[in-house]
Design a binder for this molecule. Structure first.
Ligand code: SF4
Length: 287
């Protein structure tokens, strides 16, 4: 991409890791404050107050929001460029962030459980390329803690089960997760494609800021219905009861096979850490 160097991309990736690890996005903070205002249950209030205080201290002191700094996921929106290697830039940034204590060394071999100590390894960090949006480059980092990731689920529903089946599966997944994903959670739902595409979509859904509903009316309605139904079940903050189990539900979809209805649910904990930067015409806009 014209005008951006490999070193700048690496620097941007490192800064995104620092921001994502230590600051909660404003939309998530606002949603947590709203949840506290609407909460009557004393235990739920204590939990939300503790979370908000934790956020304040982390931001003030420049410390990670949670001791589990998660697995870093990188999303690049850019046209291919022979001068840039985004995967290499992301990997170098992850190594530096681990050395600086921004990230805890979380990454291990899946079977031997051996930890290389730098958050790198086969397939790590996860780097995905999304369709470019104009001439510039956009990089987004999401940090995904294990508590929330571990309760993700995929179901290969039949077309006959339809929207009702999806609804039942999504609500049950969140309710059965209880306190494990550190609620209040954000719920990503991916529908369609194939099994793995539906999970990718569920994760991508988590990148959409909270107040932003799906642009298509039926999906928008479904998001609102799922959110109300999940909160009506009363699991509450940390699964200890209360009004706010989820801060929002985001649905993304892709067309699928006529005989299939893949549905995936990917949860993000209250520490919904993400940060983005857009680079265009020499300007850098941090989001
Ligand atoms: S699920 Fe999230 S908040 Fe809970 S321990 Fe893991 S990273 Fe931290």
């Amino acid at each position: 991409m014209r005008g951006v160097t490999q070193r700048e991309v690496e620097g941007a990736c490192l800064e995104l890791l620092r921001r994502a690890s230590t600051r909660l996005p404003p939309d998530v903070k606002a949603a947590l404050r709203r949840a506290l205002r609407s909460e009557r249950d004393p235990i739920a209030r204590v939990n939300l107050e503790a979370v908000l205080e934790n956020v304040e201290v982390a931001e003030r002191e420049g410390l990670p929001l949670c001791q589990d700094t998660g697995l870093p996921l990188f999303y690049f929106r850019m046209r291919p460029s022979p001068e840039l290697d985004p995967g290499k830039a992301a990997a170098r940034a992850v190594r530096r962030a681990t050395e600086e204590g921004i990230l805890r060394p979380n990454t291990v071999h899946p079977l031997s459980r051996k930890n290389p100590g730098d958050n790198l390894g086969r397939g790590m960090p996860l780097v995905r390329f999304l369709p470019p949006d104009g001439e510039g480059m956009e990089i987004t980092v999401m940090l995904k803690g294990a508590g929330a990731e571990n309760v993700s689920r995929t179901a290969m529903l039949t077309p006959e089960e339809g929207v009702e089946g999806l609804r039942e599966f999504a609500v049950r997944t969140v309710v059965e997760a209880g306190g494990k994903p550190c609620p209040p959670v954000i719920v990503g739902v991916g529908v369609g494609g194939t099994a793995e595409v539906s999970m990718e979509l569920a994760k991508l859904a988590l990148l959409r800021p909270l107040p932003r509903r799906h642009p298509e009316a039926p999906l928008r309605r479904l998001e609102g219905e799922l959110e109300r139904e999940i909160n009506r079940r009363g699991s509450g903050p940390m699964g200890l009861g209360g009004r706010t189990t989820c801060l929002g539900v985001k649905v993304e979809y892709a067309h699928t096979h006529t005989a299939s209805l893949p549905v995936s649910v990917n949860l993000q904990c209250w520490a919904a850490r993400r940060a983005s930067v857009r680079m265009e015409g020499g300007e850098w806009e941090w989001r």
